[in-house]
Design a protein around this ligand. Structure first.
Ligand SMILES: [Zn+2]
Length: 270
């Protein structure tokens, strides 16, 4: 599943290509039923919270003041939102297609793609946790939830109501880089280490936005070969101490950690 950096990058790219332009909006698949509301209207901006994407249009109906109409998109496991050559005919699986004079983007296979009103947006925003990609240098809300929890750090990092945007790859990499065992309970994490975790999450997600892929190894870039960009996730050996990486299940997802660099001495504390 795409993690927060992908959605944040999508929001930047869509805003760059379409802001303040009137768009042709279509749904070749027919399953996005609000085409009539948006077709010919002006896209103002796209933005992201965690793994959720929001595209705002300024819509004008006859004899009414302009209003902001928002499309909510969640890619889920299989969704893709990609820039396409304008001349390419859309396939019947395209849920949403946006065309300006110069650019074309197509959305396929999302879990969600629908208009949401201001109340629904607010409810979703409240349900989601803090996004490390927001400018906040720290998150008292996320700290309070982690500090009060006996759940493992592996599970807490995947909980979108605490850390919006962190997915399975980032959680393995963040825990590795901080030497935290995935089964360590949240309430055993000291506050200074939590502050480090928050800062590191933001740094790594920002690096992901820039490279358009997850890169956690210093010096690696978006062009580095695939197995040279990560420390623990799907790795065979630890890059630091060379022992085999251990594969377990945590919060129903596959977890990767180094038994030496991430010792389990703190997992029993509660
Ligand atoms: Zn190691």
């Amino acid at each position: 599943m795409p993690e927060g950096h992908t959605i944040y990058r999508l929001a930047l790219d869509l805003t760059r290509d379409f802001a303040d332009q009137s768009l042709k909006v279509s749904s070749p698949q027919g399953r996005f039923t609000s085409v009539d509301v948006l077709d010919g209207q002006t896209l103002k901006r796209a933005h992201a919270i965690g793994k959720h994407l929001f595209i705002e249009f300024e819509t004008v109906e006859k004899n009414a003041q302009p209003a902001i109409t928002c499309v909510h998109i969640h890619l889920g496991l299989f969704g893709k939102f990609k820039k396409m050559p304008k001349e390419r005919e859309p396939s019947s699986s395209v849920r949403l297609r946006l065309d300006s004079e110069d650019s074309c983007w197509q959305l396929t296979g999302p879990t969600a793609c629908a208009l949401i009103n201001a109340d629904e947006f607010k409810a979703l925003q409240e349900r989601l946790g803090a996004d490390p990609l927001s400018a906040a240098p720290r998150s008292p809300r996320a700290w309070a939830k982690v500090h009060a929890s006996k759940r493992s750090m592996g599970a807490l990092l995947l909980d979108q109501s605490i850390f919006a945007g962190i997915g399975n790859v980032y959680r393995a990499e963040i825990l590795f880089l901080l030497g935290i065992h995935p089964e360590m309970p949240g309430n055993a994490l000291a506050k200074p280490l939590f502050e480090k975790l928050w800062k590191l999450s933001r740094t790594l997600l920002l690096r992901g936005v820039e490279a358009n892929r997850i890169v956690t190894v210093d010096g690696a870039t978006g062009r580095t070969r695939k197995n040279g960009t990560l420390h623990a996730y799907k790795q065979r050996y630890c890059r630091v101490c060379t022992v085999p990486i251990v594969k377990t299940t945590n919060a129903m997802r596959t977890m990767y950690h180094c038994p030496t660099c991430q010792p389990d001495r703190q997992t029993k504390r509660a």
